[in-house]
Design a protein around this ligand. Structure first.
Ligand SMILES: Nc1ncnc2c1ncn2[C@@H]1O[C@H](COP(=O)(O)OP(=O)(O)OP(=O)(O)O)[C@@H](O)[C@H]1O
Ligand SMILES: [Mg+2]
Length: 286
């Protein structure tokens, strides 16, 4: 892929069995091979139980593979001495920000991970302020996190990860608890960080509209990586998506219905704007 130069995370023939699931249990992940380049924005989609969260946890070394290898910047995640480095390289953001907020003020919360590093308190304060400004949280630094809105809480959780200067952000359904405006805020913030600072993003989502903004979409089913490609290919493949109980974007689904009714729409419609423009140009021609 043009513009990318270094592999940031890599799964090589990875199987993962949760412990205590018995010998005949099916694996949560099976034979997964995947490389993600520095600066890529990857969406990971798949039905419930397909292994998405498990794969993110392997990239963050919260889990280690049963078979195969996971490498973060070329370092195996099983290597105990480099575990802190792996965790700093790949910061993880969970669905529910409440589970990640631990301190009594937003400022302390963002600073939490930095406290374990050998840096002065003045430097910590500087970094926290800088990150808070980046995420539009500077007014909230003295607030208790539990009084914030869901979108604000998620931005604080993101700030707590970003302040550690990760190369990669792993997001597990980060907008699942947010209202539409909160979703937009979080997604736009992360996309901008990806563009401006070349931070890699691996984003697990059940929302096709979110996946449509990725550089690449990867599909998991029953622990296996079944396909991957640009959003306009993957999210327009309605038979594949429906067979997995998934769906395309609203524009993809509508365009498919309109084509069935005889509207000669182009195949690569992904976003609402493209559908509207295509319909308007048909209207003008007729
Ligand atoms: N702690 C656990 N112990 C045992 N089995 C687990 C555990 N966590 C997940 N699993 C199993 O591993 C498989 C993959 O789960 P995972 O949570 O990775 O799926 P997912 O794609 O994230 O699903 P969802 O969309 O519901 O979040 C599922 O079959 C699930 O039941
Ligand atoms: Mg999950």
């Amino acid at each position: 892929m043009a513009g990318y130069s270094a592999i940031i995370v890599e799964a090589k023939n990875v199987d993962y069995y949760y412990p205590g699931e018995g010998e005949n249990a099916s694996p949560a992940l099976s034979g997964v091979n995947l490389t993600v380049q520095q600066g890529e924005y990857v969406a990971l989609i798949g039905p419930n139980g397909s292994g998405k969260t498990t794969l993110l946890k392997l990239f963050n070394a919260l889990l280690t593979p049963t078979n195969g290898e996971v490498l973060v910047r070329g370092i195996p995640t099983t290597n105990e001495e480099t575990l802190p480095e792996v965790r700093r390289t790949c910061g993880m953001i969970f669905q529910n920000p409440d589970n990640q907020l631990v301190a009594t003020t937003v400022e302390e919360d963002i600073a939490f991970g930095l406290e374990n590093l050998a840096i002065s308190s003045a430097e910590i304060k500087r970094k926290v302020k800088e990150t808070a400004c980046l995420l539009g949280l500077e007014r909230l630094l003295c607030q208790p996190p539990h009084l914030l809105s869901g979108g604000e809480k998620q931005r604080v959780a993101i700030a707590g990860i970003l302040v550690m200067e990760p190369k990669c952000i792993l997001m597990d359904e980060p907008t699942a608890m947010l209202d539409p405006a909160g979703c937009r805020e979080v997604i736009e913030t992360v996309r901008e960080l990806n563009h401006r600072q070349n931070i890699t993003v691996i984003h697990v989502t059940h929302f096709p509209e979110e996946a449509a903004n990725a550089d690449r979409v990867i599909v998991l089913n029953q622990g296996q990586l079944i396909t991957s490609g640009p959003p306009e290919d993957i999210l327009a493949d309605i038979p594949m998506l429906h067979s997995l109980r998934l769906q395309g974007t609203a524009a993809v689904e509508l365009a498919a219905l309109l084509r069935k009714d005889g509207y000669p729409l182009p195949l690569k419609i992904l976003h609402k704007r493209e559908l509207v423009d295509s319909l308007c140009s048909l209207e003008r021609k007729s």
